[in-house]
Design a protein around this ligand. Sequence first.
Ligand SMILES: Nc1ncnc2c1ncn2[C@@H]1O[C@H](COP(=O)(O)OP(=O)(O)OP(=O)(O)O)[C@@H](O)[C@H]1O
Ligand SMILES: [Mg+2]
Length: 268
Amino acid sequence: MNTSSTVDKVNDTEGSAEPILQIRDVSKNFGAVQALKSVSFDVTPGSITGLIGDNGAGKSTMVKIISGVHKPSSGSLMLEGKPTNFSNPGEARASNIETVFQTLELVEEFDVAENFYMGRDITFLGPLKVNRTSLMRSRAAEAVGQLGINIPGGVTRKVRTMSGGQRQAVAIARAAFWNSKVLLLDEPTAALGVRETEQVLQLVEKLRDNGAAILLISHNMRDVQRLCDQVVVLRQGRRTGFLEGEFTGEDCVSYITGARSDIAEEEL
Ligand SMILES: Nc1ncnc2c1ncn2[C@@H]1O[C@H](COP(=O)(O)OP(=O)(O)OP(=O)(O)O)[C@@H](O)[C@H]1O
Ligand SMILES: [Mg+2]
């Protein structure tokens, strides 16, 4: 039995890994509002990239561009070296990009398992008599168990009856369920208590160790410092900072506030 496959995978992707996703000079205007101005960075397998900045800095806009919700006004995205241009989130998902949006995007009237499979055209193989719902449920339950996520009531519970934190756990579990290569997490712990936050952080680390390329948005600098291998800082839509290796939460804050900046103030 090979028990070292996960470790091998990590070592394969460490250091020398090629970026799976390259963001190049991406700008986005909403009418007169310039939400992003010529932002570039890479996202690499087996690594967590932080995307931080104050409210309105452009973080969610960037996530929505990568996940096919918005089209960039200019600039380009390369996935595995090829230019990509998603017209909708379904196309991004089909290219193995999964997103936990800040607004979660769960269907309240669906249960957990139904939310996992929402918008997916899945054909289950096997005898025709096998009930599709029970298959969905058992697969969703198995995945939730493997991820170590605690969803009281299990996968048949309707999202409508859940707390904010429980919904957040469901949204993350759904994204993780599809084994995506690129995982975009827009404030995944914002509504969580201390124990749930720790569970999610450990889950994100597990997904990273399995080789996922993760983009993490967070306002919690302790989480950013603990999880992120590198950090891109946005201020007023510009990339004003980049941190990697040994950095502190204070380093992050000084870039967020503009006390430090790689860009001159008049260029913002
Ligand atoms: N659909 C939209 N239409 C018009 N303006 C928008 C739209 N989406 C975002 N904006 C504007 O773009 C800017 C960046 O917003 P964005 O949501 O990306 O910020 P953010 O960094 O995610 O902030 P937060 O930390 O508060 O979530 C803001 O000025 C916002 O008002
Ligand atoms: Mg946001």
